[in-house]
Design a protein around this ligand. Structure first.
Ligand SMILES: [Ca+2]
Ligand SMILES: [Ca+2]
Length: 172
C-alpha cells in the first residue's frame, strides 16, 4: 500500500481557499454595513442621552391635567397658560400630554437654560393615546395609556439623523 502523504495536495488547498473565501465574503459585507450605519456613534450616544433626559422629566408628570376630573374627550397638549421652562413659579407643565407638540432647538434645561454643549440638536415630543389591546396602535379615542415619543434630531455631514425614544404612561 502506498504511504499516505503528510502534506496537502493542490486540490485540497484549493478547496480550503474556496471555503475560506465563501466564509469571509458575508463577514466583510456585515462589517461594511455596521460601519455605514454606525458612522456617528458618538452623536447617537449624545442624542440618546438628550432623549432620556427629557423623557425622565415627562414621565414623572401626572397622566391627566386633573386626576379627580379626568378628560372625557381627547385633549392633548399644554393646558391654558402652561409653559415648560422657567423658574419654579412660572414653569407649570404638570401632565404628560402637556409636552405634545413641544419642540426646542437647541435643547434647554427645565429652568430655560440653553444646553450650550448640544446646540446642534433639536428635541421634539409627540403624545398619543394608544390602544389598550395593541400598544403600538395610536387611538383617536381616550384609553388608559398615553405614549410619549421623544425625537432628537441633528444633521451630520448634510444628512438628517434622529433617534426616537418611546415610553408609556398608564392611568391607574
Ligand atoms: Ca397640564
Ligand atoms: Ca395637558
Amino acid at each position: 500500500m502506498k504511504k499516505k502523504s503528510a502534506g496537502f495536495t493542490l486540490a485540497e488547498v484549493l478547496v480550503a481557499v474556496v471555503v475560506i473565501v465563501i466564509a469571509l465574503v458575508p463577514l466583510i459585507t456585515v462589517l461594511g454595513q455596521g460601519v455605514k450605519r454606525g458612522k456617528d456613534p458618538q452623536k447617537i450616544t449624545v442624542a440618546n442621552f438628550l432623549a432620556q433626559d427629557l423623557m425622565e422629566e415627562i414621565m414623572c408628570k401626572k397622566f391627566d391635567e386633573d386626576p379627580t376630573n379626568p378628560d372625557t374627550t381627547v385633549n392633548l397638549g399644554p393646558d391654558s397658560g402652561e409653559t415648560r421652562s422657567g423658574n419654579p413659579t412660572t414653569r407649570n407643565y404638570d401632565d404628560v400630554d402637556d409636552y405634545d407638540g413641544y419642540t426646542e432647538t437647541p435643547p434647554k434645561e427645565v429652568d430655560g437654560t440653553v444646553m450650550t454643549d448640544y446646540t446642534g440638536y433639536t428635541r421634539s415630543v409627540v403624545v398619543d393615546y394608544v390602544s389598550e389591546t395593541n400598544l403600538d396602535l395610536v387611538s383617536t379615542a381616550i384609553t388608559r395609556f398615553k405614549r410619549v415619543s421623544v425625537t432628537v434630531s441633528w444633521t451630520s455631514g448634510g444628512v438628517a439623523q434622529s433617534v426616537v425614544l418611546r415610553a408609556l404612561k398608564g392611568n391607574y
